[in-house]
Write a protein that binds this ligand. Sequence first.
Ligand code: AMP
Length: 583
Amino acid sequence: MRFSKLAAAYEKIEATSGRIEMSELLGRVFKQAEPEEAKRVVYLTQGKVAPPYEGIEVGMGEKFVEQAISIATGYSRKEVENAYRASGDLGKVAEKFVNERKQSGLASEELSVERVFNVLRKIAITSGAGSQSSKVKALAELLNSASPVEAKFIVRFPLSKLRLGVGDPTIIDALSMARKGDKSARKEIERAYNLCSDLGSVAESYLSDERLIRDVRVRVFSPIRPALAERLPSAEEILKKLGRCVVEAKYDGFRMQVHKSGERVEIFSRKLERMTPMFPEIVEGIKRQVGAEEAILEGEALAFNSATGQYFPFQMTIQRKRKHGVKEMAEKYPLHLFVFDLLYADGKDYTKIAYAERKKKLKEVLKRGERISIAEGREVSKPSQLEAYFEEALEKGLEGVIAKDLKAPYVAGAREFAWIKLKRSYRGELSDSVDLVIVGYYLGKGARAEFEFGGLLCAVLDENEDRLKTVARIGSGFSEEEMRELKGALDKIKLKERPKKLDALVEPDVWVEPKYVITVAADEITRSPMHTCGKSGEEPGYALRFPRMVQSIRRDKGMEDATTVYEILKMYDQQRRISWSNR
Ligand code: AMP
């Protein structure tokens, strides 16, 4: 397939914000593509050249991309730089300069999707001495053969700024459209994706033979998209929903999915990134304590003093996020893994099996040892028992509990009532914190002027529309160090205009690429005409009242992990139920 076809579709997608239209446009591309091409189109549309868990990023610094544009078009570096400063988008600069090129490429040929993909992949995996100049050369060669519109998108890949506003749900709809002409295959495609986390491969299988995706199986070393917890406000409601259930401690650390086959162990984060080198002590623990040849386990790792039974604060655990000193940290503050699920063992897929059975098998598979243990829990059948366990958990320094449906399978990639969390809540405070995407920031006034930072505009995810909606302007909860960190990180992803994926009625001083997630607490949820979360027609939207940041940039969470509009509406509803029952 010619790359010009994809670029033309991207051009139209960029100009629209309607999810249906976007999936139709992309669906047409899939319809014309060979299955293997469709796989590449999926990765490219995700801004990648491989499934996310392979950790291969195309990333190139702006300076190098500028250099490539300059080589390919004959404009000086200074001219490219100035044009970038004026427009804030190197994609548009490339489009303009390719259109008005001073020199035409020697070996210019029509670009195919395959060629563009292969060159980007080569750029991604080239490393070591002299790699920057070969990356620049490879990108310049692509630009040599590119039309203006092609150049615009080619340049955006290595900058990770595709700006299409297309998320996985829209890609899934587009695949269904390509084969069925409607969205009827969405559930099936999603299921396959949840089990293997590789939407490119799912697309390839689905478009070559739709029956193939029914055969997608859980496999060691291809991470399963994590199950998520629902919220309910009280022990009574939880028991009403689940009946007899198990309540477990809710540990506040790193969620990890551990895959093992023989002596090979890999650890994936909640975002499905490969994190193995950061946790050598857990890798060793798995080798010693997992009594299955092949297994996939899930758990939460945190700093824990096994001699005193004390959990160290999250701050201690999070230090491991630094790349340096892993070995020293692993010796000084080794993490402990509390395993709470078993998804696969020796050829058997446990995701389809009831939790009670999975836990039984987990107890068989895991040997006693100092590094790994099974998450504590207790079966309860009355609200008073659940409450007692909840109080015990808080006393031990945990953040709450998670109740689990003993009959439920593992619901990969979904937030369902198989798991229900209950967290500490103070009077006059929302019962749970929320995870929001930063979409802009305000400049500081008064005491904050020196940081040029005065707060954040944040959004939630609208899963139905595959868009972002604003829900809060956050002006407190930042330490000086956090303000500096936020400002530094956000300045690297400034945008000249509102992010494509966002619906907003308010405007911050500076828009930013929706990339970072923070955790926010608030007093309650109110109706607000200023915010687009849950807004329909003339009705007001929903907003957080007195929001404050409680955890700065969450490196373990991406935009897809943010709280959703649906969750905010449910929390609003629950809060009304509670205040009525307290009258
Ligand atoms: P939240 O991130 O607040 O939605 O809470 C769900 C998260 O709690 C999961 O993603 C896990 O990382 C974490 N967690 C801690 N302990 C458990 C447990 N026993 N079972 C399931 N999840 C747990």
